[in-house]
Design a protein around this ligand. Structure first.
Ligand SMILES: C=CC1=C(C)c2cc3[nH]c(cc4nc(cc5[nH]c(cc1n2)c(C)c5CCC(=O)O)C(CCC(=O)O)=C4C)c(C)c3C=C
Ligand SMILES: [Fe+2]
Ligand SMILES: [Fe+2]
Length: 358
């Protein structure tokens, strides 16, 4: 018969549980953070596996599979794993043998876990998963249900909604739920691009970086990851949400329009992407406007990664300097900064409303 003293007990039928009733953990709320994912290593096959999963996602590249898959498998995946592998090697966390995105996501998870446990004790379980690669969304949903999470709050760590990021992370979460015998109740967190605490964390990171400089940059470039322009015309609100973040940041800093610029980076393939392109705009500012001193931040990324550490701080910096620019400062992402953890914890709290006494 059911042992009332046992820690592990049937939560739904404590009185009538038969002896062979499967053990059920005390009910908890799972908070599952999600980021994009990253290769397991920088060698050809690790890179190919990661890029294949990522670039085969129809939310990321939406061409018909008949056209796209032969091109991807035969052309792109025979070259890009080498070039991207070399780029990852230049930023790899060799001590932990993992990418910076993974290291930082672990730090963020640990900080949010501490914060949530302070507030809710053992009533919550905090973990993270990746959309592509490891740890997979499916494995973490399974772990959470096995640990008694009868409710799961799924939080894609992207401030701005994009089909290619938030929506595909949610799709993968819902696919994982499809496999659960006892499916938990689920919520997904909304984008937080206009959340005052997020804007404040961004502003503080800029103020802190500027306070350390002898000479204030003439322009702050807010460089967002790009998407094809066509996605905007087809209804993706990403572009508008990025523009709004820049406006709110400008207002919070008390600046005018001449001091801050919105640009988009990481163009992939032959289509037109959102403009202006960061790499061209920094060169244009140096060449045509004689700008010598700029700072660049990346508000669309919750954690530093290949796109910021390598693309911004190496490629884009080079483009500015080759065009005559003199001082280039990259302002790191919010990562596990206290103000960022405070902002993310506030977003989580709001989304837990009605699920847990606050
Ligand atoms: C092919 C199209 C791509 C779209 C559309 C896209 C949108 C998009 N991506 C991010 C955030 C990240 N992207 C990262 C890496 C990365 N992105 C693409 C392609 C598209 N992204 C590729 C091919 C890669 C891999 C690296 C490379 O080979 O160039 C990362 C970093 C991952 C890491 O391990 O460091 C992030 C984060 C956003 C926010 C976004 C649309 C809004
Ligand atoms: Fe990307
Ligand atoms: Fe817009």
């Amino acid at each position: 018969m059911f042992d009332a003293k046992s820690e592990v007990r049937p939560a739904t039928c404590p009185v009538h549980a038969p002896a062979d009733h499967p053990a059920i953990e005390p009910a908890r709320v799972g908070i599952l953070l999600a980021n994009l994912g990253t290769p397991d290593g920088t060698d050809y096959w690790s890179m190919r596996r990661y890029l294949n999963e990522f670039l085969s996602d129809k939310r990321v590249v939406d061409y018909s599979a008949w056209i796209w898959q032969p091109l991807l498998q035969l052309v792109i995946l025979s070259k890009r794993p080498f070039t991207s592998g070399a780029a990852y090697r230049s930023i790899w966390n060799t001590e932990a043998d993992e990418s910076p995105l993974l290291t930082i996501t672990k730090e963020q998870t640990a900080a949010i876990k501490e914060e949530m446990h302070k507030r809710y004790g053992d009533r919550v379980r905090v973990d993270f998963c990746m959309r592509y690669g490891n740890p997979s969304t499916k494995s973490k949903v399974r772990e959470m249900t096995e640990a008694g999470c009868q409710k799961i709050l799924f939080f894609p760590l992207y401030p701005h909604y994009a089909g290619a990021t938030s929506a595909t992370a949610n799709d993968q979460f819902f696919r994982a739920l499809m496999q659960e015998k006892w499916q938990p109740i689920a919520r997904v967190v909304e984008p937080y691009y206009e959340d005052p605490a997020y804007i404040d964390a961004l502003a503080q990171s800029i103020e802190t970086a500027y306070a350390k400089m002898d000479k204030k940059p003439e322009k702050l470039i807010c460089s967002y990851h790009g998407v094809p322009e066509r996605y905007l015309r087809e209804g993706d609100p990403y572009h508008c949400q990025c523009q709004k973040t820049t406006r709110l940041l400008k207002e919070r800093l008390g600046w005018d329009d001449t001091q801050i610029v919105t640009t988009f980076q990481s163009r992939f393939g032959p289509e037109e992407w959102l403009k202006p392109y960061t790499v061209k705009e920094v060169a244009r500012l140096a060449e045509e406007e004689g700008v010598k001193n700029i700072a660049v931040c990346a508000p669309a990324f919750s954690a530093d990664c290949i796109e910021t550490l390598e693309e911004i701080n190496e490629e884009i910096k080079e483009s500015f300097e080759e065009a005559g620019g003199e001082h280039f400062t990259y302002i790191p992402c919010l990562n596990a900064d206290a103000a960022h953890i405070h902002a993310l914890s506030g977003v989580i709290d709001r989304n837990l409303t009605g699920w847990i006494d606050q």
